[in-house]
Design a protein around this ligand. Structure first.
Ligand SMILES: Cc1cc2nc3c(=O)[nH]c(=O)nc-3n(C[C@H](O)[C@H](O)[C@H](O)COP(=O)(O)O)c2cc1C
Length: 354
């Protein structure tokens, strides 16, 4: 079963990728419709559905949806949004052909990773032991306010767990108003003495992004060579990083700003003051990532500016008191990110002392 070329528009993709549940319609040889709610993940050209261990009466292979697909691979999947404010109603319907990926197949493993990345509940389920349903979309249709952010926001803990690093974006513009709301969230980060030791530079212009990529690329090239990497590998990694910068609709450069912090006569306390500022910068960056996710955007983190702050200041003609640390990319995810990492269990991270 081959992945079809892309059939969804960017708006349909963005809407679909952010839904947590869809309805899958199948019909077996007798053409009797059968519809069930499903959790799913999206990759370009495929929708994946796990056969999981949510309480069910029959083994995965005996499930009606599976038997139907084996008799007739034509399926439809609909993901929708309901709101009492009917100006927000929307749905995307994907039609396509479905089949089963079996454990051991490379695509099966990739699909399991994708599903676990989207649903933390799958971390504890042995979904890798069962086949995965793969739908190759052939047609997509939609209706309604696809581009409007959801009015019902998930609880903050779900936002924290749902946020993911995105490295590939759709070619879809981010409204300036959303960027402002994301930065507003950064403004509310905790900071030492409330001094807010961070400043931001927002970059959307192609030419400026190019200048920034050039400036950081030069430094990275010499660092990678110093690490003994072959010239081909160096150029390939550089090109990947350049593309990431250029393809992201918005870049937010997070800079440390130490000017308004307390000064001390001794080096140790001065160092502590600077470290607190870095902690606070991390909190501001996390606010950006969470607010972006909450508003229907996605974000990624690039540490490259940290290694060539002067070059970045020069390329962007910044106030030299701004010390570039992190580059956050903002946009709409092309798909669920394939490399989402799991997390260590709490008992590896925490010790308790009475
Ligand atoms: C300080 C910091 C620096 C990072 N630098 C990079 C980076 O340069 N490139 C990158 O692809 N991801 C970078 N990341 C993102 C991590 O790889 C990512 O958060 C981690 O793999 C967990 O995945 P998740 O964010 O999807 O949960 C960075 C994250 C942090 C906190």
């Amino acid at each position: 079963m081959k992945a079809a070329s892309e059939t969804l528009t960017p708006e349909q993709t963005t809407f679909l990728v952010r839904r947590r549940v869809a309805r899958l319609a199948t019909a077996g040889a007798a053409a009797e419709p059968h519809v069930v709610p499903v959790c799913f993940a999206y990759a370009p050209g495929s929708v994946y559905i796990a056969l999981d261990e949510k309480p069910k009466d029959v083994s995965p292979a005996r499930l009606k949806r599976v038997r139907n697909i084996l008799e007739n691979p034509n399926v439809a999947l609909v993901a929708d949004r309901y709101s009492e404010d009917w100006s927000l109603l929307a749905f995307v319907m994907v039609r396509g052909r479905a089949g089963l990926l079996e454990p051991g197949e490379e695509e099966h493993a990739a699909a399991v990773r994708l599903l676990r990345g989207k649903y933390h509940q799958y971390e504890k389920m042995r979904i890798e032991a069962n086949p995965v349903i793969a739908i190759r979309p052939t047609r997509a249709s939609s209706w309604g306010a696809l581009d409007t952010p959801d009015d019902e926001r998930p609880p903050v803990l779900d936002t924290i767990r749902g946020r993911r690093s995105v490295r590939r974006y759709l070619r879809k513009e981010v409204p300036a108003e959303l960027v402002d709301r994301v930065l507003e969230a950064a403004r509310w980060a905790p900071s030492p003495h409330g001094r807010q030791p961070w400043r931001f530079a927002v970059i959307t212009n192609e030419e400026t992004k190019n200048r920034l990529a050039e400036a950081m690329g030069g430094e990275w090239r010499s660092n990678l060579r110093m690490d003994g990497q072959s010239p081909e590998v160096v150029e390939k990694r550089l090109e990947g990083s350049r593309r990431r910068l250029l393809d992201a609709p918005v870049l937010v450069l997070v800079c440390l700003y130490l000017e308004e912090l307390d000064t001390y006569p001794d080096a140790a306390r001065q160092q502590g003051e600077a470290t607190m500022a870095v902690h606070s910068l991390g909190a501001a960056a996390q606010n950006v990532l969470l607010a972006a996710y909450d508003l229907g955007l996605d974000a990624g983190w690039m540490c490259a500016p940290l290694f060539c702050p002067e070059k970045v200041v020069e390329a962007l003609a910044l106030d030299p008191r701004m010390i570039p640390h992190a580059l956050l990319t903002l946009g709409y995810a092309e798909a669920d990110p394939p490399k989402r990492r799991g997390r260590k269990p709490l008992d590896e991270l925490v010790v308790y002392r009475d």
